[in-house]
Design a protein around this ligand. Structure first.
Ligand SMILES: C[S@@+](CC[C@H](N)C(=O)[O-])C[C@H]1O[C@@H](n2cnc3c(N)ncnc32)[C@H](O)[C@@H]1O
Length: 286
């Protein structure tokens, strides 16, 4: 797994809100040159993992997330990418608004692993803005995306992702559990649902995302735990006074990114994000 996979693309197989594709190089450059086990506890589309793995910098990896469909999809790609591709071919042939809503209505736990993975990839490529959102009963409820000609799947990209996922441990679990397993010599990249940039945004997103102030406090404590245990770690979040307060005393860098996935078009555009490093800051208040 440590050798660069020349045929492998570093591109993640899914679109994801908050994907770190743009920042992957910035993040990778802040991780140690040699990593025992690489942990990505808020995996999402795992942009940083795919960049690191394609560069041959991952020996062992643990990808985890609390989203069961996401974890099932990585498992499906890992175990039977050709089976996933066969189901995607059928979705592509039947694609249209009616088919989208039929697939969306399927209960994923009643499907085989390959059907389940193909369902999420199909919905991800064809729903509105590639978003992932569920209703109160946990059912995916993003509407049909009005794309003229969506690229429903790219076999080479999915096969490349499947090669990079070989041997990776995949877990559906909370970030705190993943952090607790990391040892000195390992590296962790943490990319939580962000603290909103404004207070109004904070309250709406708190109710919807269920990752509010208390969760960010719990995450900051876990991150400080990694620092104390001398585990290398990088965390990203929106660059707000609240984030800076949560990580006071630690080293951080502010980096600019362009946001393309946001339901409100006025909030797409350039924003700053903070990368916090699990090393004690030489100086305070930067
Ligand atoms: C900002 S996204 C990560 C994006 C990812 N870095 C990428 O490149 O696509 C945050 C992820 O955290 C997951 N999540 C939310 N709460 C969590 C928790 N308590 N523990 C672990 N994962 C969680 C969400 O399902 C989502 O996939």
């Amino acid at each position: 797994m440590a050798r660069p996979d020349r045929g492998a693309s570093a591109r993640p197989p899914l679109k994801w809100a908050g994907s770190k594709r743009q920042l992957a190089d910035e993040i990778v450059s802040r991780l140690p040159a040699t990593i025992g086990t690489y942990y990505e506890p808020f995996a999402g589309s795992a942009a940083v993992f795919f960049a690191l793995a394609a560069a041959g910098r991952v020996r062992r990896a643990v990808l985890s997330d609390t989203n069961p469909e996401l974890v099932a999809t990585y498992r499906a790609l890992q175990r039977d990418v050709e089976g996933v591709l066969a189901h995607l071919e059928q979705h592509a042939a039947a694609h249209g608004e009616e088919h989208f809503y039929e697939v969306r209505a399927l209960e994923p736990r009643g499907l085989s692993l390959t059907e389940r993975g193909a369902r999420l990839i199909y919905l991800n490529r064809t729903c509105f803005n590639g978003l992932y959102r569920v209703n109160a009963s946990g059912a995916f409820n993003v509407p049909f995306g009005r794309y003229k000609n969506p690229r429903i799947y790219d076999p080479e990209r999915l096969r490349a992702a499947a090669r990079l996922l070989k041997g990776v441990t995949l877990r559906e679990e909370d970030f705190e559990r993943a952090c607790a397993a990391a040892q000195p010599g390992d590296a962790v990249y943490l990319d939580p649902p962000y603290l909103p940039i404004s207070e109004t945004a904070y309250f709406s997103s708190y109710a919807r995302e269920k990752f509010g102030r208390a969760e960010h406090e719990r995450l900051a404590a876990a991150f400080r735990g990694l620092t104390t245990r001398r585990v290398a770690a990088v965390l990203s979040n929106s660059d707000t006074p609240e984030t800076r307060r949560l990580y006071t005393g630690l080293e951080y860098a502010s980096v600019g990114v362009t946001r393309t996935i946001h339901a409100d078009a006025s909030r797409r555009g350039a924003v700053s994000e903070l990368l916090v490093l699990a090393r004690r800051a030489a100086r305070r208040g930067r």
